[in-house]
Ligand binder design. Structure first.
Ligand SMILES: [Zn+2]
Length: 294
């Protein structure tokens, strides 16, 4: 019995080693990309706190992950910041075991977590909006999403618009970025458009499917290199408010696996959140201040 099990055990071990190897290679590629984007970024720390902002997040927690530091800097300076979360958060933990929470309770919980996070960053409750679009299906009605963003633009007249990166790889992130760019095409105001990468720092956003591990990895890295070359980047030093960003992120308990009533819910891994708990935030600059696309 022992001898007949040995080949299976050896093959499991080999597969485990292979998976660990590729997971490590992918994490390293993402950290290398992050460092390369940061290295080419122009420091814009001097004046960013004085510029009003509309922060558009596909999901509750993206606002904190992507630009929590900049939000805190702006609010510390008394600058207006409006945060809008596009989806209702209902798709979270869809395939996991639920012990004590209903779907309605999850939606309410994610709003509460967002309000707590935003309050920690200095944003007033009245300046946090929930668009309540279907989680996981933001692309289902781009026209309605674009209209909602246009309404927010006219209501807030921001100097800066922050939105997740179109290349984030998650369909909701791509849809929100596309709708934002559509809304801004017809917006006459002077505005600077800044994309904050979130899932760009997860290799699943780059790996080409239906290829072998090696070919898919190489193709993904080439795509990353082209992206690094093409993107105009700015950076902002956020070390002085990093403690606020950490506290704000901690408020998103349902997304971190720290929500006590649901001990089985998974959370974002440390290897991923590490990208965001840094001394510098980086953004892709899409448009100049005259509103013309670059
Ligand atoms: Zn998201």
């Amino acid at each position: 019995m022992q001898s007949s099990n040995q080949p299976v055990a050896r093959s499991d071990k080999l597969n485990g080693l292979r998976r660990a190897f590729w997971a490590r290679a992918e994490r390293l590629a993402c950290f290398a990309m992050h460092h390369a984007l940061k290295a080419k970024a122009k420091d814009q720390s001097a004046d960013i706190a004085q510029r009003s902002a509309l922060v558009l997040a596909p999901h509750a927690d993206d606002e904190t992950l992507g630009c929590g530091g900049v939000i805190a800097l702006k609010r510390n300076a008394g600058t207006d910041v409006t945060v809008a979360v596009a989806t209702d958060g209902s798709a979270s933990h869809r395939h996991e075991i639920w012990s004590a929470t209903t779907l309605d309770a999850l939606i309410a919980l994610r709003e509460t977590e967002t309000l707590t996070a935003c309050k920690t960053l200095g944003v007033n409750t009245n300046d946090v909006r929930f668009l309540k679009q279907p989680d996981g299906d933001l692309a289902g009605d781009i026209a309605a999403l674009t209209t909602a963003i246009t309404t927010l633009l006219h209501a807030t007249r921001p100097d800066d618009v922050f939105v997740c990166a179109e290349r984030d790889g998650h369909p909701d992130h791509t849809a929100l970025a596309q709708a934002t760019h559509l809304a801004l095409q017809d917006y006459a105001g002077y505005v600077r458009i800044l994309e904050y990468p979130v899932w760009c720092f997860d290799f699943r956003s780059w790996r080409v499917q239906d290829m072998t591990n090696t070919k898919g990895f190489v193709a993904g890295v080439k795509d990353m290199l082209n992206t690094i070359r093409d993107w105009s980047m700015i950076s902002v030093r956020t070390q002085s408010v990093l403690h606020l960003k950490k506290a704000a992120l901690a408020a998103h308990q349902s997304q971190l696996g720290t929500y006590d009533p649901e001990p089985q819910w998974s959370g974002l891994p440390d290897t991923f959140t590490r990208h965001f708990l840094t001394k510098t935030e980086i953004f892709r600059l899409i448009a100049r201040e005259d509103g013309n696309r670059k």
